[in-house]
Design a protein around this ligand. Structure first.
Ligand SMILES: Nc1ncnc2c1ncn2[C@@H]1O[C@H](COP(=O)(O)OP(=O)(O)OP(=O)(O)O)[C@@H](O)[C@H]1O
Ligand SMILES: [Mg+2]
Length: 274
């Protein structure tokens, strides 16, 4: 279902990715192609395999079968900016926001002051790109959730990757902050040309900016422009059971088509993904 578009360059191509845990298939043949500067939304219910797929793309989880090919020829996490789903920040950590960002440059030199003017400029540039310069010298633990999210984005960006993999970057943000982060990401990919793959439960926040959606259910993916994928017929085929896509003004509501039961959003229903 992936549309090949003329004149675009893939930064990463994953083919027929299969992953099983303890004999249970989580991804059962997923294809993903990410083009330069593209904004890809990875959507699915809890447990659908979104984090698993991101870890495969990142090169830290080897699929049982299938391949991941990077245009830059690198392997592992090198050259990819990653924001994990669970980032535990110790509220008492003696680290300023800018120290956290610098760790994205060198990985392990915790607590060593900036020695290099070039490094400092890179950190300032990343902080500025995400609108975090204002609190760059505050301790990370005393920043709000939304401010920390910006700092973690700067951490993922500072090494100037061609690809950003963001796992639930909108979790725990109020709707206004979530919209701000989406707008920021859209701006970054246009300004820096970085391709972005991000997971989210609520597809609505991503609809205005997404070039492509990868919709995961039952280990399989439907991929394409949101208008091609977020449709009753396509999602019913993907889930293997009746699904309704309802458009209300500029929002979509995806629900199990169980007549007589309330139409909860599919992303919030564990039974749909089982
Ligand atoms: N390391 C692991 N060992 C065993 N099972 C795992 C492992 N990682 C993930 N799983 C299982 O794989 C399935 C998919 O998990 P994954 O974290 O990829 O889902 P997700 O779509 O990211 O969900 P969420 O929306 O809750 O973050 C789940 O059933 C999970 O229990
Ligand atoms: Mg996850």
């Amino acid at each position: 279902m992936t549309a090949e578009r003329a004149g675009t360059t893939p930064v990463l191509t994953a083919r027929e990715v299969q992953v099983s845990f303890g004999g249970r298939p989580v991804l059962a043949g997923v294809d993903v192609r990410i083009d330069a500067g593209e904004f890809v939304g990875l959507i699915g219910a809890n447990g659908a395999g979104k984090t698993t797929l991101l870890r495969v793309l990142l090169g830290v989880l080897r699929p049982s079968t299938g391949s991941v090919v990077r245009a830059d020829g690198r392997s592992g996490a090198a050259g990819i900016g990653y924001l994990p789903q669970k980032v535990a920040i110790d509220p008492d950590a003696p680290l300023r926001a800018r120290d956290v960002v610098r760790l994205g440059l060198d990985g392990g030199r915790l607590g060593i002051p900036l020695r290099d003017r070039g490094e400092r400029a890179r950190v300032d540039e990343a902080l500025d790109a995400v609108g975090a310069s204002r609190f760059a010298d505050q301790r990370i633990g005393e920043l709000s959730g939304g401010q920390q999210q910006r700092v973690l984005l700067a951490h993922a960006l500072v090494a100037r990757p061609a690809l950003l993999l963001l796992d639930e970057p909108l979790a725990n943000l109020d709707p206004a902050s979530a919209s701000d982060i989406v707008a920021l990401l859209d701006d970054l990919r246009h300004r820096l040309g970085v391709a972005i793959v991000m997971t989210a439960h609520d597809i609505n926040l991503l609809l205005p900016v997404m070039d492509r959606v990868v919709y995961l259910a039952d280990g399989r993916a439907a991929t394409g422009h949101p208008d091609e994928v977020v449709r009753t017929d396509v999602l019913t085929r993907l889930y293997g059971r009746p699904i309704r896509v309802i458009r209300v003004e500029d929002r979509v509501l995806v629900s199990a088509d169980d007549r007589g039961r309330p139409h909860d959003e599919v992303h919030h229903r564990s039974d749909v993904s089982a």
